[in-house]
Design a protein around this ligand. Sequence first.
Ligand code: ADP
Length: 212
Amino acid sequence: MSPIELNKRQDMILQIVKDNGPITGEQIADRLNLTRATLRPDLAILTMAGFLDARPRVGYFYAGKKNSVSITESMMNLKVSDFQSSPVIVSENMSVYEAILHMFSEDVGTLFVGDKHECLQGVLSRKDLLRTSIGSQDLNKIPVHIIMTRMPNIAYCTNEESLIKAANKLIEREIDSLPVVKETEYGPKIVGRLTKTSITRAFISLAETSEL
Ligand code: ADP
């Protein structure tokens, strides 16, 4: 068992919940002048470490349990939903040229290709676009569906999945990111993006919370 040591922000969250709980994540974020998304990893760690309890539609309240969770257990409890970022979705008819501009303007390393319901059709990586650019073809005339990696060959994950399971997929498939999907009547809808950066962020959160 490794004792848990909280970082400054987690201490502040704990104090706010002790004084004001039950309180929603949104309200905690407001008090700290931060966004809910920024606080998500801290809230996840405080909850799984047993300091806080969360009840749907009620909010967080202080549970008071301390130093009872090992770093391994903390790690196993991290979920994709706590560390994912926003997906950038393009249509299969977008030209490779436009897709390259999009990748730069949106500052992401992978674009997801979705249909009109934003259901997953394909993935475009930096090298997919770079490879196509090496030829002398007119990039304005090549739609991305010609070059994308397509379903059913795409590795993806869901919000509820453990971060470790998703990280394993990144390593096994030797890829940089996974679309996060939600099953709908039209197929798997793209709702997020889980990247190597997401995993790095989780790694740092664990280090900040745990005394090794
Ligand atoms: P890069 O090609 O820039 O090194 P990746 O390692 O992520 O980036 O991608 C390698 C190849 O795998 C590319 O052809 C890409 O289309 C494909 N790919 C990327 N992400 C996935 C995924 N989640 N599932 C299946 N294939 C993917």
